[in-house]
Design a protein around this ligand. Structure first.
Ligand code: ADP
Length: 539
């Protein structure tokens, strides 16, 4: 008697049923029980007809309810809902057929057989709908799963990570016939970020919180929660509002890298079974591979863009330096002529400081442009080295004695001849760069010591200062282009980080090496080793 009413209760669990229908069904149940209890035997045909009509109407209503539900769902859930709907329909039909015997008593035997067959099929449909065997469930999942996995290979190429996440969620949702969401781990805030959050569920979930996603993220094992609200009462209201009932959660992890979690959830039971854990884990692994490939593609694109930008900068710097060179040479020449004249002509005396400044700045600019040109020559492997027999001791002596404002701070220690085949101008430029740095990066009257000697067939030169030193982390990079150590800034120390790059280029072009030893606050020693001439060929 209660069966139609129970079927309606079942529908209420899954869909909205108008109050009037609920009340009518309950009223119908009470009326049929009363009619059955008070009616004699056999029942009055009118009463029988009423009871049969009631049974058929309610089960057909429930059947249509499930058909509508099936239309709105997808994947395996759709197929299961269809099976339940067929069960309801067959049951309604069985009752209608049964009622024929009251009108045509002679057909009772055939009718009873047919009713039983229909009822059997109805029961079978319910079993398939509510508790499908694992094999069948998997078979039902296959079409969506296969089409998702076939597309998976192309997903990393989607334009944005956002688009990939949405596709992964859509594919997972379709495979289960439910909804799905991915939460990505953000180390900066220690949260799982759900860009596609549902209703009242927060977009950022703290990883040390009680949420189901956080728990699975911490334990790194997939879990099935038959009822989200019961598993995490703290969040029950939000789950209800977002219509989240049973939930499957799996960690998305690539090797040691914890990327996030994949959740799939439905509004009602029984949608999942514990068998589905394996599937959600498989999909989470798939997501990990796709997101990891995406990260690699992004990284490659970033490196490529960086290289392109560096090339562009190089081209620009080299073109600008070329264009600056000619007018600067003229400017410097004119400034030097003026400087000379001001020295001789007393009438120009008041302007001497200004003229001196112009000449000095023009020299500085010119040196800078030369550095830029040298750096781009080194970059292109076109630094020309014109070798000739050179005595380095003589070169260093000349360099130390050259007039410059800080000349008195330079100390030279070099004995005997240090002969080899070098580009005199370039070697002078190299050592001069090191000496100028030594002067620039040390305070007051601290000395800068140049030492040179012959060792194992090599000419060794060191330039040592007692200045600010170079932090250990920067020592490997100070020879890179435009690299300046973290303890210098443009305001206190002029420079653009090209000098040492050029020094290394010159040393290498001569088949030599350059390196540094340094301690912050104590000073630096730059070492240069150049191939020397054979002792026998010194003269
Ligand atoms: P620049 O001096 O124009 O910055 P360099 O290529 O000559 O460029 O030097 C690169 C960086 O190495 C400098 O910015 C500085 O941080 C560090 N450096 C070079 N020489 C010294 C030194 N003698 N003492 C301390 N730091 C130095």
């Amino acid at each position: 008697m209660a069966l139609p009413y129970l079927m309606l209760r079942l529908l209420i669990d899954f869909a909205d049923v108008p109050l009037l229908v609920r009340a009518a069904t309950l009223g119908g149940l009470i009326a049929s029980v009363v009619a059955f209890a008070t009616g004699g035997s056999p029942l009055d045909p009118a009463v029988t007809l009423f009871i049969v009509g009631y049974f058929a109407a309610v089960s057909l209503y429930a059947a249509f309810g499930f058909v509508r539900l099936a239309r709105r769902s997808s994947g395996v859930t759709r197929r299961r809902t269809q099976a339940v709907a067929s069960g309801m329909g067959l049951f309604g039909l069985a009752i209608l057929v049964a009622s024929v015997s009251t009108i045509v008593p002679s057909a009772a035997g055939f009718v009873s057989g047919l009713t039983q067959v229909l009822a059997l099929f109805a029961a079978l449909s319910w079993v398939l709908g509510f508790v499908p065997p694992a094999q069948l469930r998997r078979f039902w999942q296959q079409p969506e799963l296969r089409s998702f996995l076939e597309r998976a290979g192309t997903l990393p190429r989607l334009p944005t990570t956002e688009a990939i996440l949405r596709e992964l969620e859509r594919g997972t949702g379709a495979s289960f016939g439910t909804r799905a969401a991915i939460g990505l781990y953000r180390a900066d805030g220690e949260v799982l970020n759900f860009a596609n959050s549902y209703g009242a569920i927060a977009a950022d979930v703290p990883v040390d919180g009680t949420s189901l996603a956080a728990r699975v993220f911490r334990s790194q094992t997939a879990e099935y929660f038959p009822d989200a609200a019961r598993a995490n009462p703290e969040n029950a209201a939000a789950y209800r509002e977002a219509q989240v009932g049973p939930v499957l959660v799996a960690p998305i992890t690539a090797g040691d890298r914890r990327i996030g979690v994949l959740e799939t959830f439905a509004a009602h039971q029984p949608v999942f079974s514990s068998d589905d854990l394996a599937l959600v884990e498989l999909l989470a692994d798939q997501a990990a591979v796709i997101l990891e490939s995406r990260a690699l593609i992004d990284e490659a694109a970033r490196v490529q863009a960086q290289e392109a930008a560096a090339r562009l900068k190089e081209d620009f710097v080299s073109a600008a330096a070329h264009d600056l060179k000619t007018p600067l040479t003229t400017l410097l020449g004119q400034a030097q002529i003026l400087e000379l004249r001001a020295g001789r002509d007393a009438s120009l005396a008041p302007h001497q400081p200004a003229i001196g400044r112009i000449a000095r700045e023009a020299r500085r600019l010119s040196a800078l442009v030369e550095d830029l040109l040298d750096a781009s020559r080194i970059e292109e492997g076109k630094l020309e080295v014109r070798r000739e027999p050179v005595d380095l001791a003589e070169v260093l002596k000349h360099l130390a004695e050259r007039s410059r404002p800080q000349k008195h701070r330079i100390v030279l220690e070099a004995n005997g001849r240090l002969a080899g085949s070098y580009d005199r101008r370039r070697i002078e430029q190299l050592v001069d760069n090191l000496v100028e740095n030594g002067l620039k990066y040390s305070e007051g009257e601290a000395k800068v010591e140049i030492r040179a000697w012959r060792e194992d067939g090599e000419i060794r030169i060191t330039v040592r200062d007692h200045g600010i030193g170079i932090p250990a982390a920067d020592q490997a990079h100070v020879f890179d282009r435009f690299h300046r150590a973290s303890n210098v800034d443009a305001r206190s120390y002029a420079g653009i980080g090209l000098g040492l790059y050029i020094c290394r280029g010159i040393a290498q072009e001569h088949g030599g090496r350059i390196w540094v030893e340094s301690a912050v606050g104590q000073g630096s020693t730059f070492h240069v080793a150049l191939p020397g001439a054979d002792e026998g060929k010194l003269n």
